[in-house]
Design a protein around this ligand. Sequence first.
Ligand SMILES: Cc1cc2nc3c(=O)[nH]c(=O)nc-3n(C[C@H](O)[C@H](O)[C@H](O)COP(=O)(O)O)c2cc1C
Length: 143
Amino acid sequence: MAGSRLVHLCGPVQHGDARGRTLGFPTANIRVESVSGGDALAPGVWAGWARWKHGPWYMAVVNVGMRPTFGGETCTIEAHLIDYLGDLYGRTLELRLVARLRDECRFDRIEALVKQIQADVEQARTLLARRPANTLTEVEKWR
Ligand SMILES: Cc1cc2nc3c(=O)[nH]c(=O)nc-3n(C[C@H](O)[C@H](O)[C@H](O)COP(=O)(O)O)c2cc1C
């Protein structure tokens, strides 16, 4: 699997187009303030761990890309926190990207995108269960 090096990102959550909620996968759009660990943040869909400052870790699927299905023109980093039902905005999120799952694609139908994201979530659950957040080697403290 490509991208097994841990990438560490941190930044406040901004408002996106709020389309994620209507797809059934609300996302936190992150304005990245710090990146470390990888040579570069490769575009694509990632599995990783996410937490709010001082909060518990959540499994996450993260899209780094242009959202070609919707004709997006800017690169965004958006995380869907699996099994998290709370508010997504106004706080700083920390992300540890564990593995890159796939390239971002353009889907002809929204249903196909939703089905693919469901599959991404299942793949991330399996993968992250084998890589619990407390076993990640790079431990960085909040500044
Ligand atoms: C796990 C995941 C995978 C995604 N994969 C794709 C993709 O392959 N192609 C695409 O166009 N958008 C993809 N997206 C982006 C969604 O289209 C995006 O979350 C949605 O448009 C909401 O954007 P918004 O927060 O700006 O409203 C993905 C999002 C997530 C969370």
